[in-house]
Design a protein around this ligand. Structure first.
Ligand SMILES: [Zn+2]
Ligand SMILES: [Zn+2]
Length: 266
């Protein structure tokens, strides 16, 4: 199972999960043209995307999902809360899933949606399975990790998780106090420290690859996120930590394999 972040951050998110015969895009937060350009860099034909899963209604995740689904004839999936917020008509335009309900895309690809607290949204984290024991998590936009999520993360061999902000950069940064409180609150985003703590708890010998994503360009820096996470997981993790930036895609990870591979065009 191949995991490729087409890009990640407050200006757009999209992650391609592929198992050879099935391609699913988790979030579609770039413009249609941008998404197609980024897919080309990953050597994937847009019309080969079978399905698009949208985690929540925020623009950086939902952006061109409906247009892309129509243009590529890909099925569109989200929960009812997100469908309502987006004005997407269930059945006609999208298929809705429930919390902790398994979504089957093919015999070798299924996903589970786990609700997470984030602003005024019905956001979900995604656990993708390839049916042969490989599991990959895509976790962004949450203020804290609920127990359900923690127990699933401890069975994944790939985890992509946000490390949104460095606490002291946020506190000393340019945002108004109300926004600082929202970002650092229960329904905001994860700090580098929180992400480190979560990974420290769920880390196990079969966890082979980690990607830190959705880094704030104002309140974080890749070296801060990476060093804080490495400090927290220390000797427990032997794989490689990669960072998905706003631009991309730059690399692919394979669940069950520790080394990511650079894309030729990156
Ligand atoms: Zn976001
Ligand atoms: Zn969001």
């Amino acid at each position: 199972m191949r995991i490729t972040h087409l890009g990640s951050g407050s200006r757009g998110n999209a992650t391609l999960i592929s198992t050879g015969e099935c391609n699913v895009l988790v979030d579609c937060g770039f413009s249609l043209r941008q998404t197609e350009n980024r897919l080309a860099k990953a050597d994937v034909e847009p019309r080969s995307i079978d399905s698009i899963v949208v985690t929540h209604h925020h623009r950086d995740h939902s952006g061109s999902a409906l247009r892309a689904s129509k243009s590529w004839e890909a099925s569109l999936h989200c929960n009812l809360g997100t469908a309502n917020r987006m004005g997407w008509r269930p059945i006609e335009e999208c298929t809705t899933f429930g919390n902790l309900e398994r979504i089957d895309f093919s015999s070798k690809m299924s996903m589970l949606a786990i609700p997470v607290p984030h602003d005024d949204s019905d956001n979900v984290a995604i656990i993708a399975s390839d049916g042969s024991g490989n599991r990959a998590a895509i976790v962004t936009d949450l203020g804290e990790a609920p127990n359900d999520l923690m127990s699933h993360l401890s069975r994944c061999n790939h985890i992509s998780i946000e490390a949104n902000y460095d606490h002291s950069r946020l506190v000393g940064g340019p945002y108004p106090d109300s926004l600082k409180r929202r970002i650092s609150g229960r329904g905001g985003h994860l700090s580098n420290t929180q992400t480190g703590e979560i990974l420290g708890e769920v880390c196990h010998p079969d966890l082979q690859s980690l990607v830190l994503c959705h880094l704030s360009e104002k309140n974080n820096a890749p070296y801060l996120a990476e060093s804080e996470v490495l400090l927290a997981i220390g000797d427990k993790f032997e794989g490689e930590v990669s960072i998905s930036k706003q631009s991309g895609p730059e690399f692919s990870c394979w669940a069950g394999q520790s080394e990511p591979s650079r894309l030729a065009t990156a």
